[in-house]
Design a binder for this molecule. Structure first.
Ligand code: HEM
Length: 157
């Protein structure tokens, strides 16, 4: 049973990363490519796809949290009272960054995405610029969280 749960939590953490981390990387690449185009077609395509992408990111974030919690219950050392340990501090940093990432993602989805779809002209451009810079900031944080996750795993070997 323990093996199955371990496998399941790792699989779901990986799928969550595929969707969430991979999604951020692809969004960064596509936004950078669209920026270079003289025609705004690429940016229009991305803004049209963003509501669907946002749902995918939401799913990835939930998968990461659920499977992370499962992992923690099985692997957390020493149990849930871990702060005196280095392991606990790494996990704590990971959780704080995760909260910042989710908060930033919510701002993108709830504040700036509706502005991009409902407004036009300068206001729309300002909202689009906010989305791009916040998504890039999130990508950097997510990569740090990946490194922290690996550190947690290998700190036990
Ligand atoms: C952006 C979100 C996240 C990313 C990119 C991420 C990434 C990773 C990576 C790369 C690993 C190491 C590989 C593995 O063991 O499968 C890992 C392990 C882990 N993660 Fe996450 N994670 C995220 C969110 C979370 C959350 C929200 C929690 C807790 C609620 C969590 C808890 C854990 C635990 C407990 C481990 C196992 C460490 C060990 O083996 O001791 N993660 N994570």
């Amino acid at each position: 049973m323990r093996h199955a749960l371990d496998y399941l939590s790792t699989l779901l953490h990986l799928i969550g990363m595929l969707v969430f981390v991979g999604g951020h990387i692809w969004f960064g690449i596509l936004a950078a490519l669209a920026e270079r185009e003289p025609q705004p077609a690429g940016e229009r395509f991305l803004t049209a796809a963003l509501p669907v992408l946002a749902n995918g990111f939401g799913l990835g974030v939930l998968l990461l949290f659920g499977s992370g919690l499962l992992k923690l219950l099985m692997w957390g050392e020493p149990g849930l009272i871990f702060l005196p340990d280095l392991y606990g501090w790494i996990f704590f940093s990971k959780l704080v960054l995760y909260i910042v990432i989710v908060g930033n993602g919510l701002l993108i989805e709830r504040r700036y995405l509706p502005r991009v779809t409902n407004l036009d002209g300068d206001e729309m451009n300002a909202a689009w610029a906010q989305i791009k810079s916040r998504a890039r900031f999130n990508l950097v944080l997510v990569l740090v969280v990946v490194a922290l996750g690996e550190t947690m795993r290998f700190s036990k070997l």
